[in-house]
Design a binder for this molecule. Structure first.
Ligand code: NAP
Length: 536
């Protein structure tokens, strides 16, 4: 692993961004962005710091329970007029937002880097995911939400239509790791479906969500249609659970389970996007160099702080040594750095808690006899929260890293002799978020993919193929979640089904002049006939 700290700055690297006050322009924008969050007299505030330096980035207002509930009341008032706008109008706003995100990307990239400590290329993944989501729902919402005619109980006499009504006010709770992409994936379809939104982003990366909020306003979104409340879940979580007509939560599995039991008491709908321990299977016929390069991206993008990132790799014994050598070489060549430019291959961890969790997993693995093939160390010489991309082998079941999510740049490589064994090991986890299969035989890889218990499976890719395909749903099986984001499901979950049937002429009960026995005999014949009617 090499650091970028001593290299000369390239032209797009601004003064003070390497080892100095990272992101001074971002800090200058912080106050105006923080103004967009729900606030009130006497509200508390928190001071946030940049992972790259530990220096101050923003002072953020913290909502009280009362302020959060007031935001829901405003959102409820705003919902009727927002739902009354045509879907075409909502789509136009999303498409304008798409263009604004792309044209203003420089500021968004700076914000994500400064708040989350990401490499710029990883921050760009957020820009592109946001644009893809705005584009998808900007083009497809009307089609997906359109009323559907259905064959009625009595042909020609019963006219049935299935409608999608907005749920009302959606509460969205977001983590710190993908502040733009996850905000877009969860907030935009909720708005497209005619709901208003109260979102609680994580304080650590709130400015990025507020930046998207600002652009949405410029694109034409009424201010109360999407409100951002900042504050700890322990303070405003109850308000979100109790005031929402639907809750969309993204975060850890323990928090998700706690919220689900609180929501259950209200019989409100919810979706949970939770943690993972995502496997990658490398088949004996895989292109070893491509698989190794793919593993670097799959394991170390956003310093592994990505729910779909790969933390377990199963490589066929016949190619294990070659794969490991290639993977270690490429990992060791990954540069780390904190400049706001594209030079670094990997950024920093985001919080001191993350650094502690990652360091603990690696220390615990070592103490259980694991071998560190690459990395394994914190790098305070680059920045306070940097940790090397790390490859482990010989990890025993007793090590914490074996089955628990690290959520950092640490991956374990295991051998296997038979593909059935690899599938079994890949599925032997409480989680079921993402998986990856590598083979030259894509038919075979696809067949294996169908046997993996994961909400998304990527063939010859780590996660990006499904992550970037907004038209298909993404989410977790087992302890990785409930419900899906993206695709039709990611929009329709924010709607209530409503069926309206209009009955004409004949009623569905016998007229007084007809004996019920004759009526039911006629209906029985009719039902047999219906069974054979084409097009039903
Ligand atoms: P977390 O601790 O569960 O927090 C997630 C969010 O929930 C934060 O905004 C947090 O804010 C809030 N929160 C915590 N307790 C709450 C409560 N009682 N009521 C309301 N909100 C509450 O998770 P994290 O550590 O930030 O995020 C990392 C985890 O998220 C990993 O497990 C990762 O795999 C998962 N994740 C999953 C996906 C996915 O799509 N499946 C995507 C990204 C991340 P406060 O901490 O300020 O209270």
């Amino acid at each position: 692993m090499s650091s970028m700290v001593d290299k000369p700055a390239e032209p797009d690297s601004r003064p003070g961004t390497v080892g100095g006050v990272v992101g001074a322009p971002v800090v200058a924008r912080a106050d105006s962005l923080a103004e967009r969050a729900v606030r009130g007299p006497g509200a508390e505030s928190v001071t946030m710091t940049a992972p790259f330096t530990g220096l101050r980035t923003a002072v953020l207002p913290q909502a009280s329970d009362r302020l959060a509930r007031a935001a829901f009341a405003r959102a409820r008032r705003a919902q009727c007029s927002w739902a009354a706008t045509s879907v075409a109008q909502r789509q136009r706003i999303l498409l304008r937002l798409h263009e604004l995100v792309l044209s203003r990307q420089k500021e968004g990239l700076d914000l994500v880097q400064v708040e989350a400590g990401k490499a710029r290329l990883d921050a760009f993944d957020e820009i592109s995911a946001t644009a893809l989501v705005a584009d998808y729902y900007g083009r497809h919402s009307a089609r997906l939400l359109a009323p559907r005619r259905a064959p009625g109980a009595l042909p020609l006499l019963t006219r049935a239509t299935h409608l999608r009504q907005p749920r009302g006010v959606v509460g969205i709770i977001s983590p710190w790791n993908y502040p733009l992409a996850l905000t877009a994936m969860d907030v935009l379809p909720a708005l497209a479906a005619g709901n208003t939104v109260v979102q609680k982003p994580d304080n650590q990366t709130a400015l990025s969500a507020l930046w998207l909020h600002e652009l949405a306003g410029e694109a034409g979104l009424p201010r109360d249609a999407w409100q951002i409340v900042l504050g700890r879940g322990s303070v405003i979580g109850d308000a979100i659970v109790e005031e929402s007509d639907y809750v969309c939560f993204t975060g850890s599995t323990p928090t998700g389970k706690r919220l689900a039991s609180a929501i259950a008491g209200r019989l409100t709908g919810y979706s949970l996007e939770l943690g993972g321990k995502n496997p990658m299977i490398v088949l004996p016929d895989a292109d070893v160099a491509k698989a190794a390069a793919g593993a670097v991206t799959a394991c170390f993008s956003s310093a592994g702080q990505l729910c779909v990132s790969v933390e377990r790799i199963y490589v066929h014994d016949s190619i294990r040594d070659r794969f490991l050598a290639e993977f270690a070489n490429r990992t060791n060549a990954l540069t780390m750095g904190s400049a706001l430019d594209y030079r670094a291959g990997m950024g920093s961890l985001t919080t001191p808690e993350q650094l502690r969790a990652v360091s603990d997993h690696v220390a615990d693995a070592r103490s259980h006899g694991a071998t560190v093939v690459a990395g394994g160390n914190a790098r305070p010489d680059i920045g306070p929260l940097f940790f090397e991309p790390t490859i482990l082998t010989d990890v025993p079941e007793e090590a914490a890293v074996f089955a628990n999510e690290t959520f950092g740049p640490v991956t374990s490589v295991y051998g296997y002799s038979d593909v059935e064994e690899a599938i079994e090991k890949a599925n032997a986890t409480a989680f079921g978020l993402n998986a990856s299969v590598w083979s030259r035989d894509t038919r075979r890889a696809r067949e294996i993919a169908t046997r993996l218990k994961a909400g998304t499976v990527n063939v010859n890719e780590g996660y990006a193929a499904t992550f970037g395909t907004v038209g298909v749903p993404m989410g977790g099986m087992k302890d990785s979640g409930v419900g899906r984001r993206n695709g039709a499901e990611g929009l329709l979950k924010y709607t209530e089904s409503q069926s309206i049937a209009i009955q004409r002429g004949l009623r569905l009960r016998p007229p007084r002049t007809v004996h019920p026995a004759m009526w039911t005999a006629a209906l029985t014949a009719g039902l047999r006939l219906l069974r054979r009617l084409p097009g039903r």
